[in-house]
Design a protein around this ligand. Structure first.
Ligand SMILES: C[S@@+](CC[C@H](N)C(=O)[O-])C[C@H]1O[C@@H](n2cnc3c(N)ncnc32)[C@H](O)[C@@H]1O
Length: 354
């Protein structure tokens, strides 16, 4: 009885977030079209009712899978309700106020537009971009404060549900290869950890493991530190670093995760990051990539994927849509154990042979 009630509450919670996201997207796009219409030609395609129905069905499926994983004890049921409400009430008004600036950047075709006080020196050129037309790209405190909310709205309240799909394969992989090692001695790295949401989810599943996160953005790392300090266990170690050149010795980590990074990297950089991840993974260790679904997974979603690439300023997404990450993983030395999709994301579960 309690379980059914908890499940119903969880489903209602997710539906609420999904309706809120839909309302937000509809109203803000109407308002923006009224106050600042798009003047540049974006050539997006309207989505058919069949695509929209399929997206809704995939959303329902991931909600079910998330519930099942929690119910089976992969992670605590309380994690299903983990939501940064303080951030929501504090930053939603700022997100609304920031929208006209994004529209202005679209109209003026400004893709590397940074406030004068932002120091862009020393970052790779592919990174110094207004991804998603974000104000200051990944390089300001405002961007770090708004990011989780923006992603949550984009994915109809299912961003963490997609991040959590790395948890079951990670746990299985660790148990299989390192069953005799105490949890406290397990070292895990989240590459491009952003604001720390994947690490927060991993921490709930593995309260004693040593967690590490790297990201290029100092402001996102600061935000991650804030988010991760709220939970009582040992604080993950966060380091500002390029995923192409990880500041760790060879064979250090039992497991690595990397969520929503690869579609934001040029093709050659994707290979370098995978090679680096291979270098720092222990033999027997597991590496899980979570990123956008690709064209081959849902050929009928082509208009939706193309629209995303055009309207969100994602300069490397078009190539990513058809890139063969399995080949890149195998070139580095990994064995791909499994490839799965859940809602809008795809997962490559790979293993470094002993
Ligand atoms: C789309 S966000 C994903 C963040 C986070 N993993 C999540 O689940 O929300 C991409 C992140 O990758 C980081 N990033 C991009 N290129 C990077 C690189 N070469 N090395 C390290 N971090 C990078 C950005 O700073 C940003 O935090």
């Amino acid at each position: 009885m309690t379980d059914s009630l908890t499940k119903l509450t969880y489903q209602a919670f997710q539906q609420g977030k999904s309706y809120f996201s839909l309302t937000h997207k509809t109203l803000t796009s109407q308002l923006l079209n009224w106050i600042s219409p798009i003047t540049t030609e974006l050539k997006t395609e309207p989505l058919s009712p069949e695509i929209l129905l399929k997206v809704q069905s995939l959303l329902n499926q991931i909600i079910e899978t998330d519930w099942e994983d929690a119910e089976q004890g992969v992670y605590p049921v309380s994690l299903l309700f983990d939501n940064p409400w303080d951030d929501f009430f504090r930053y939603y008004p700022m997100l609304l106020l920031d929208l006209p600036q994004g529209r202005q950047r679209i109209n003026q075709k400004l893709y590397q537009d940074f406030s004068p006080d932002i120091d862009t020196e020393g970052y790779p050129s592919y990174y110094v971009q207004n991804f998603h037309h974000q104000t200051d790209g990944y390089l300001s405190e405002l961007s770090a404060n708004l990011y989780d909310l923006q992603v949550e709205i984009l994915f109809s309240g299912a961003a963490d549900l997609m991040r959590r799909r790395v948890l079951a394969p990670l746990k299985t992989g660790l148990l299989k290869a390192f069953n005799d090692i105490p949890e406290k001695q397990i070292r895990l790295l989240d590459v491009a950890c952003g604001t720390g949401r994947t690490l927060r989810n991993i921490r709930a599943m593995l309260p004693k493991a040593s967690l590490f996160g790297v990201d290029l953005s100092p402001n996102y790392l600061r935000k991650a530190n804030q988010l991760l300090s709220e939970i009582p266990q040992e604080l993950p170690q966060l380091i500002q670093a390029n995923a192409e050149d990880l500041p760790f010795p060879d064979n250090l980590f039992h497991g690595l995760t990397c969520v929503f990074l690869f579609h934001e990297l040029p093709a050659s950089v994707r290979q370098r990051v995978i090679d680096e991840c291979f270098r720092v993974t222990k033999p027997g260790g597991i590496f899980i990539i979570c990123d956008s679904i690709q064209l081959q997974d849902y050929p009928d979603f082509k208009p939706m994927l193309e629209n995303f690439s055009k309207t969100f300023h994602e300069p490397y997404y078009h190539h990513y849509m058809t890139d063969n990450l399995e080949e890149k993983l195998e070139k580095a030395g990994f064995q791909t154990l499994n490839v799965q999709t859940h809602f809008a994301s795809k997962y490559w579960i790979a293993h470094k042979p002993d």
